[in-house]
Design a protein around this ligand. Structure first.
Ligand code: KG4
Ligand code: ZN
Length: 348
């Protein structure tokens, strides 16, 4: 039985290392954000992400052990994200995990980053634990810079994609909108902050596909509508109405996401839901998800922000469970830009 693993996450622009035990207890989690390195370019530059991972990863591994007050002898495995993500960024984590696996004589496993997000609500530490009665099955809304999907999670390893965005991911929509109104990168969190001071009813933005009978979504119409409004207003008025624009744009996204989540819960007759991925840090999405849960008597779990955004703890929790079921990777394991079709069962 593997009791503890060291986990590595480098799929995008956060370098993250964690030590996690088999119950999902996070013994240490250390991450380095690269926001400052990418900010001048207004978005993530893959080469810069890879280079920063190479510089930051080994010192973070040392820190993870120091923070946990543990040594290499205390971990029996390594978990590393090998899909989906930026290939150059994934390679840094994967090559490091393979080398350390050889050097330290511990097995390793490649983990699907999205599975990490889907199981993040089970993570716990000295300051946080999910509700004791939270368990499978549940509906998950996974919203990040690259992904926007709704899943039915029946049990560990059984994830059905119920619906996805047909175009932009919501994090991407937030980031593009932020750029349009001059808020720069990283956009989502800045839109969230400005929206707090604005009126969400000031501007009428479309809520595409909100009433269709699928769990698919679309955000490109919203993005185009916002671009038209920004152009019509002109730079001065945009600044004058910035808070209202942010609040109205954010509200349109949140309305669509929660309406789909509600629809999924009804359709599959479930009462439990989670919201996960970087965009689940959004304060309005959190607030309205809890309101929905209260109204409809659902149970909602939204992990603390350190487990919502990209982090190695969720990778470790997936990896340790899979290893304890006898699954391991070998040195031929490649990185993949996309998740594998075997990762998810896609419903017709
Ligand atoms: O999961 P994540 O950390 O990385 C991946 O994309 O896998 O998600 C990052 C995304 C970015 O698009 C960022 O703008 C968005 O999450 N985000 C937010 C907030 N915090 C992060 N979007 C809206 N409101 C926020 N508070
Ligand atoms: Zn992610």
């Amino acid at each position: 039985m593997i009791e503890k693993v060291l986990a590595i996450e480098t799929s995008c622009d956060d370098t993250s290392v964690a030590i996690v035990d088999k119950t999902g207890h996070v013994i240490s989690l250390v991450s380095a954000s690269q926001d400052l390195a990418h900010e001048p370019y207004g978005g993530i530059v893959p080469e810069i992400a890879s280079r920063n991972h190479s510089v930051q990863l080994l010192p973070l591994i040392d820190q993870a052990f120091i923070k946990a007050q543990l040594k290499w002898e205390d971990v029996q495995g390594l978990a590393v994200t090998n899909r989906p993500g930026l290939v150059g960024a994934l390679i840094v984590g994967l090559v490091t995990a393979k080398s350390l696996s050889q050097a330290k004589g511990v097995p390793f496993i490649g983990v699907n980053h999205l599975e990490g997000h889907l199981l993040a609500p089970f993570l716990k530490d000295n300051d946080y634990a999910p509700p004791q009665d939270f368990q499978y099955p549940y509906i998950a809304l996974a919203v990040s810079g690259g992904h926007t999907s709704i899943y039915r999670i029946k049990k560990f390893g059984h994830y059905e994609v119920l619906g996805s965005t047909k175009d932009d991911a919501v994090g991407e929509a937030f980031d593009k909108f932020a750029k349009m109104v001059g808020l720069g990168f990283p956009g989502g969190v800045r839109v969230d902050q400005w929206a707090k001071k604005g009126n969400p009813k000031s501007f009428e933005f479309p809520r595409s596909m909100i009433n269709d009978d699928t769990l698919n979504m679309s955000f490109s119409g919203l993005k185009s509508a916002a671009a038209r409004t920004v152009q019509e207003l002109g730079p001065e008025k945009v600044q004058e109405h910035l808070a209202d624009l942010c609040a109205s744009f954010q509200e349109a996204i949140v309305d669509v996401l929660l309406s789909k989540l509600d629809f999924a819960l009804k359709k599959y007759q479930l009462k439990r839901m989670i919201v996960t991925g970087g965009v689940s840090a959004n304060s309005r999405l959190r607030e309205k998800a809890f309101q929905l849960a209260e109204q409809k008597k659902y149970q909602v779990v939204i992990p603390p922000i350190r487990y919502c955004t990209d982090n190695a703890a969720m990778i470790g929790y997936v990896g340790i469970q899979r290893m304890n079921l006898g699954e391991f990777s070998d040195l031929t394991l490649p990185p993949f830009p996309q998740a594998l079709s075997s990762d998810f069962k896609v419903l017709p």
